[in-house]
Structures are given as structure tokens and as C-alpha cells.
Write a protein that binds this ligand. Structure first.
Ligand SMILES: Nc1ncnc2c1ncn2[C@@H]1O[C@H](COP(=O)(O)OP(=O)(O)OP(=O)(O)O)[C@@H](O)[C@H]1O
Ligand SMILES: [Mg+2]
Length: 463
């Protein structure tokens, strides 16, 4: 695929940021005030809707000032931990390297700390780290930029932020500004685009520059000129937009009914919806517990969908939908939602077959698992096997339980572990399986398995 135009044409200096002049001026003023040492407000909060230049402006500011920068995403738990680490170290006269390690500022220059998606900075209300983060900001020796879509959420969780950080508002861009940028991109790309179409794209984007640039790139793909009729493609984007709105509402629902109702207006079958939800779960939910609960609900909905198809009894759809919407969204156990999720088109995993024997081994595994998982062999190949293979490599206890209950043999285990069927690793697993099932060791193996720690006997339901 071609480079994304939103990246290619990202403003590299504040002077290239379109619109939002007063926001840009405020950022410059604040940055310049650092030349005399840390100012009263050590942090800026950039607030505004998606795709209007907040992140770009923060990056451009660092570049204009010749500052290094470190970018953190507050929704990412690992980054939340490194923010805490920074906070815990309590040092103010030091700067830190890109991987979060400290570096004395005598060796380094100023470093702009960019905390994106700061809506989630404080996580749940009871999160004890909030005070630490506020203290870091209060005492920071380095400039900090927090970026949020929803300022009220941030200031509600930490009223102190209101005093500590200067707020800079970014506004949606007007159509004229968007048309201007689209026109100049088209020119640089050597594509002729009718003015009317540029205006149509700009209006359709509703002030979101990223959406407009993406739409233009999608329409141009491989062409040297566009016609007014090319605008028809925008219908698809609108559809995906409304889908994203519904999925966002569904994952944010507090009750089963709210979750179910969020998807009522969507024009798609439950089977299609299930694929979208499946694809979105890892982006929306983060902990192992939440993921396991959500996929469990999804698998139950899948059983209902299968029965609907087999029995042609469409009344079962209702149960499937409750499981895939309410069941999945109520799997959240209090961890904060990511401020921003791009819902992607469901990708089906394709297991690449390396050789005929490989394919035969794969089919042997999937036919045994298909019955166990109430699904088709193809479905196992496409969506369960890649995960199972990955999990099996890391968790031999699970693999032993799986073999005991589904009858996977040496060849199957070798396939899952990507190992030789005669290898020690496979041998060991099979020996444990025999022990769980109470089967004696074969003659040629006797001695080998004796006295080996067996580990607790666990069934698949224990995992
Ligand atoms: N004001 C702007 N001037 C020029 N280009 C812009 C502007 N706003 C957005 N863009 C274009 O849109 C892309 C996305 O913008 P950016 O990442 O800065 O948005 P954002 O406000 O941070 O959005 P989000 O809240 O979704 O993170 C940029 O790479 C750039 O191509
Ligand atoms: Mg951004």
C-alpha cells in the first residue's frame, strides 16, 4: 500500500498547521517561556475533536523548538506504568530517554513529554496514582503536553489539573480550510480533482481534517484525475462511521439492554456484526480476565448463530445478539476505555500452508477441534488455530488438557508446537497426556517417563 497521506502531509512546523491560529500562538508563547526556566504552568492541555491537528501540533512544536520529545499514550497500561515510574523517581532536573530512562539534563536538551489520550490518564476514580501524576506535572523540569478529546473528563477526575495546566482549545476546521489543504495535496500528487468534489469531501468530513485527507486518498488511489461521480464512494465511509458510533456505544454500555439497543439500527446480519465485534474486542478490552469473558460470550453467541443456520430458526438470533453485544460489553471489569479505537474491517486469518503434509497435519488438528468447539473445520483453521498454536507454545499445561479431552495425537501436537513429532518436547507432552488419561507408557518409552513430575491434573475447563 501507498504511504498514508495523513502521515506524508502531516505539518512539520507549527507554521504549517492550518486554522486554530490562537491555539498555535498560545503553544508558541508557552514554549518560549521555558527559555527562562520552568514557567508557572508546566503542562498544556490540548483539547479538541479527532483529526484536527492536536498531535501534529505537539510534534511540530517540539521540532520548531529543536526539543526532543517522548510520546506516551495514556490508555496504554505499559505507558501508564512508565508515567508512574517517571513520577516515582521524583526528579525534576533530569530528562529521560526515549525508553523512559533518566538522563541528566546537562547531557541532554529539553524534552517535550507528549501524553496522548490523556482522557484516560487517571483511569478509574480510585486509581491511587493520580496524585503522583499531578505531582510530576507540578514539579516537572520538562515541558508536558496532555492531549484530550474530552477535557471535562480529565478535570473531573483531577480538579488540580485545572490550576496546573494551561488549556488550549482546538476547533474543528472549516470547510474552506479543508478544501485548501486538499487542493494543495492534489496538486503535489499530480491529480486533477474538480473543485466541487473537494468541497463535497470537506463538507462530508465535518471539520475532521484526517477524515478528509483519507477520503481524498481513497478516491484517488491509482487515478490521475477524478470526476464528480467519484464522490459516490463517500457513502461507504459514512456507513463505517455510523458503525463505529454504534460499536463505541455498545462497548460503553452500562446495561445489557443499552448494549443491545446500540446496534439495533445497523444494517447488517448478526453474523457480520459478530465479526466486527470479534475484531474490536482486543482493541477495547485489555486484561486477560476481560478478554476471556468477552470471547466466552462471543463463543456462546456463535453457538446460537450456528443453530440458527442449521435449524433455520431465526428466533435464536435474539439470544446470539444479546450474547455478542451485552455479554461482550459487560465483560469490562472497570479498566478504563481507550479514548480512541479505530474499528477495523474484520480480517480473516489465513493459515498459510507450507506443504501438503503440513496441510494434512493442520486438518487433522482442526477436525478434532471442530466437534469440540461446535464449529466447522474451516472456522477452526481460520480463527482458532493461530491462537491455539501461539498459546500451546507458551502453556504446556493447557496443551496437555486439550489433548486429553479432544484426542490430539503426536502429529497434532507437533503441528501446534511447530516441532518434530519425534522431538523430546512432543514426547514429554504425550507422556503427560497418557498419565492424565491413566494409560500405561508404551514399551519403548518405559523408563523415560517414570519419576517425572506430572503436575496437577487439570481439565480444559480450568483454563
Ligand atoms: N490543522 C491541521 N493542519 C494540517 N493538517 C492537519 C490538521 N489537522 C489534521 N491534519 C491532518 O490530519 C492528520 C491527523 O491529525 P492529528 O493526528 O494531528 O489529529 P488529532 O487532532 O491529534 O486527532 P486525534 O484526536 O484523533 O488524535 C495529520 O497527520 C494531518 O495530515
Ligand atoms: Mg492525536
Amino acid at each position: 500500500m501507498q504511504e498514508e497521506w495523513t502521515e506524508k502531509y502531516r505539518p512539520s512546523s507549527l507554521s504549517q498547521v492550518i486554522g486554530n491560529d490562537s491555539a498555535v500562538r498560545a503553544m508558541r508563547r508557552w514554549a518560549e517561556s521555558w527559555s527562562k526556566g520552568p514557567p508557572r504552568s508546566r503542562a498544556l492541555v490540548l483539547r479538541g475533536e479527532p483529526g484536527i491537528g492536536k498531535t501534529s501540533s505537539a510534534l511540530a512544536l517540539a521540532r520548531d523548538m529543536s526539543w526532543d520529545y517522548i510520546e506516551m499514550n495514556a490508555s496504554d497500561h505499559r505507558n501508564a506504568a512508565s508515567i508512574r515510574k517517571v513520577a516515582g523517581a521524583g526528579s525534576t532536573s533530569q530528562t529521560f530517554t526515549l525508553d523512559g530512562d533518566f538522563m541528566s539534563s546537562s547531557h541532554g536538551k529539553r524534552k517535550l513529554v507528549i501524553i496522548d489520550e490523556a482522557d484516560n490518564l487517571f483511569g478509574r476514580e480510585d486509581y491511587g496514582g493520580a496524585k503522583e501524576i499531578v505531582e510530576t506535572i507540578r514539579n516537572s523540569g520538562q515541558p508536558i503536553v496532555l492531549i484530550v478529546n474530552d477535557y471535562s473528563e480529565l478535570s473531573r477526575k483531577s480538579p488540580a489539573i485545572r490550576q496546573l495546566a494551561e488549556k488550549v482549545d482546538f476547533r474543528r476546521l472549516d470547510s474552506k480550510a479543508i478544501v485548501g489543504l486538499l487542493g494543495s495535496i492534489a496538486e503535489k500528487e499530480n491529480v486533477r480533482v474538480p473543485q466541487r468534489l473537494l468541497e463535497q469531501i470537506a463538507e462530508n468530513a465535518g471539520g475532521d481534517m484526517r477524515a478528509a485527507v483519507n477520503d481524498l486518498q481513497m478516491m484517488v488511489e491509482g487515478k490521475t484525475a477524478l470526476e464528480p461521480a467519484d464522490g459516490d464512494a463517500m457513502g461507504k465511509r459514512n456507513q463505517e462511521k455510523s458503525l463505529a458510533t454504534c460499536l463505541r456505544a455498545m462497548f460503553g454500555a452500562k446495561t445489557l439492554r443499552e448494549a443491545r439497543d446500540a446496534t439495533l439500527d445497523l444494517d447488517m446480519t448478526p453474523d457480520e456484526l459478530e465479526k466486527w465485534i470479534e475484531e474490536s474486542i482486543p482493541a477495547e478490552l485489555r486484561t486477560a480476565e476481560e478478554l476471556s469473558l468477552a470471547f466466552d460470550s462471543l463463543s456462546r453467541s456463535d453457538v446460537y448463530l450456528g443453530q440458527t443456520r442449521r435449524l433455520q430458526h431465526y428466533g435464536l438470533w435474539a439470544y446470539a445478539k444479546e450474547m455478542m453485544t451485552g455479554g461482550v460489553s459487560l465483560s469490562r471489569r472497570g479498566t478504563p476505555r481507550p479514548a480512541h479505537v479505530e474499528y477495523r474491517f474484520p480480517s480473516h486469518f489465513i493459515v498459510l500452508s507450507r506443504a501438503k503434509g503440513f496441510r494434512a497435519a493442520r486438518d487433522s488438528v482442526s477436525s478434532k477441534l471442530a466437534g469440540f468447539l461446535h464449529t466447522s473445520r474451516r472456522c477452526v483453521n481460520e480463527s482458532a488455530l493461530p491462537y491455539l498454536a501461539a498459546i500451546s507454545k507458551n502453556d504446556h499445561d493447557l496443551l496437555v488438557a486439550l489433548c486429553s479431552e479432544t484426542g490430539l495425537d503426536e502429529g497434532d501436537v507437533a503441528y501446534l508446537l511447530d516441532a518434530d513429532p519425534d522431538s523430546k518436547e512432543v514426547d514429554e507432552i504425550m507422556s503427560r497426556v497418557r498419565s492424565v488419561k491413566g494409560i500405561a507408557e508404551p514399551d519403548d518409552k518405559t523408563g523415560k517417563g517414570r519419576g517425572r513430575p506430572r503436575g496437577p491434573k487439570r481439565g480444559i475447563a480450568d483454563f
